[in-house]
Design a protein around this ligand. Structure first.
Ligand SMILES: [Fe+2]
Length: 380
């Protein structure tokens, strides 16, 4: 178990976590006295009526809001370019993101790009911009992203068929309003997939080489909540208030954990699949989490065994018990097998090479080269 940390743990975001807290948005936004607000969302969220309600509430305070609802899953860097260009033309001074990880990542990058100009891909890496981003307020509407409490935006560079990360010390959302009530309308399979993303964040944060005592505490609580409540939430998120609140809480705790530790090999693979085949991020992680955790076991068993205390009653002991609990949860969520994603084995060498190049690859607890990734892919 890691008992020290040399890097500071950072969460500059003001996090509110309560049912109904989305109602505080107008008050929070008004505190910035913005000239104009850019609300970023997607068509699915538009249908819930939340953006319209927020638009009206802001209008009552004489705050003008324009809405962009054209963010696709695995958001493209070119979409952020378009979004930021429009925001700049319209004189935007605050960005609000209401949606899943795709929406929040696109909105977060736009808040940086609007005052900095140019195109998103120029800013790949960390702290590559000069001008402070616009204030960005995040309202997650899935139980998986964690983007509401991290400094990173993960985007698809279509030309390179790859995911890129754009991050910076001042790209953290200014506020995160984490309201489980917005999960009520999320379809069951998306609760399952995004919840599996949260579980992946927690397991990878807990076992990776950058794990630290604070991320461990957050990650183990998130794993505990997801083991207990994710099945219930996926089965009836609208009717089960306890499960709804628990998985939403777990998602943000897992985001805080990986945001201050890292993700690892599961994400190196899932981001590769998302960048080229557009596989939804949560689904890719759900499919890969158990096999990669099994592969990592020779290097992770001692650490993973510390999660034994959060296992459901009757589980096997030690790291094997944790792995078994992950496998059973993924199976119960009805996650399809990797083969069903339609990716040809001929592409495995390309996938393995790209996974090795991912910035989080060195964080994986077990050394992963092309050969190791091919071994994982071959086992699927
Ligand atoms: Fe993720």
């Amino acid at each position: 178990m890691v008992t020290f940390m040399s890097r500071p743990f950072r969460v500059p975001t003001r996090v509110v976590m309560a049912p109904g807290c989305i109602g505080r948005l107008p008050e929070v936004i008004a505190g910035y006295a913005p000239e104009r607000v850019l609300m970023v969302t997607d068509p699915g969220i538009e249908e819930t009526g939340w953006p319209e309600r927020i638009w009206k509430a802001l209008a009552e305070r004489e705050i003008e809001t324009i809405t962009f609802d054209d963010v696709e899953p695995n958001p493209r860097a070119s979409t952020v370019d378009r979004l930021a260009g429009w925001g700049r033309e319209e004189g935007i001074s605050l960005v609000l993101g209401i949606g899943g990880g795709s929406v929040l990542d696109a909105a977060k990058a736009a808040a940086m790009l609007i005052p900095n100009g140019g195109s998103t891909v120029q800013y790949e890496g960390r702290n590559r911009y000069e001008t402070e981003p616009l204030p960005f307020i995040a309202v997650p509407t899935t139980c998986g992203t964690g983007s509401e409490v991290t400094w990173v935006s993960v985007l698809t560079d279509e030309e390179r068929q790859a995911k890129i990360s754009v991050k910076g010390e001042t790209m953290y959302p200014a506020w995160a309003l984490v309201d489980c009530e917005v999960l009520r309308t999320l379809p069951g399979h998306l609760v399952a997939w995004t919840g599996a993303d949260a579980l992946t964040h927690a397991v990878e944060a807990f076992t990776c080489r950058l794990a630290n005592p604070i991320s461990d505490a957050l990650a183990s609580t998130a794993v505990s909540l997801l083991f207990r409540y994710l099945r219930r939430a996926a089965a009836d998120v609208a009717g089960d208030a306890e499960a709804r609140e628990a998985v939403m809480r777990a998602s943000t705790l897992a985001g805080l954990a990986f945001g201050n530790a890292d993700v690892a090999a599961v994400h190196c693979l899932s981001e590769t699949l998302g960048g080229r085949w557009d596989v939804p991020h949560g689904l890719a992680n759900a499919v890969l989490l158990a096999p990669v955790t099994r592969f990592n076991l020779p290097a992770s068993a001692r650490k993973l065994a510390h999660l034994e205390s959060v296992l459901p009653p009757g589980s096997r002991s030690g790291a094997d018990g944790v792995l078994q609990a992950i496998e059973e949860l993924v199976r119960d969520l009805g996650v399809p097998a990797f083969r069903e994603l339609g990716i040809s084995p001929e592409d495995y060498p390309w996938i393995a090479e790209r996974a090795v190049q991912n910035g989080s690859n060195p964080s994986n607890v077990r050394e992963m080269g092309v050969g190791e990734y091919l071994e994982v892919l071959g086992s699927l």
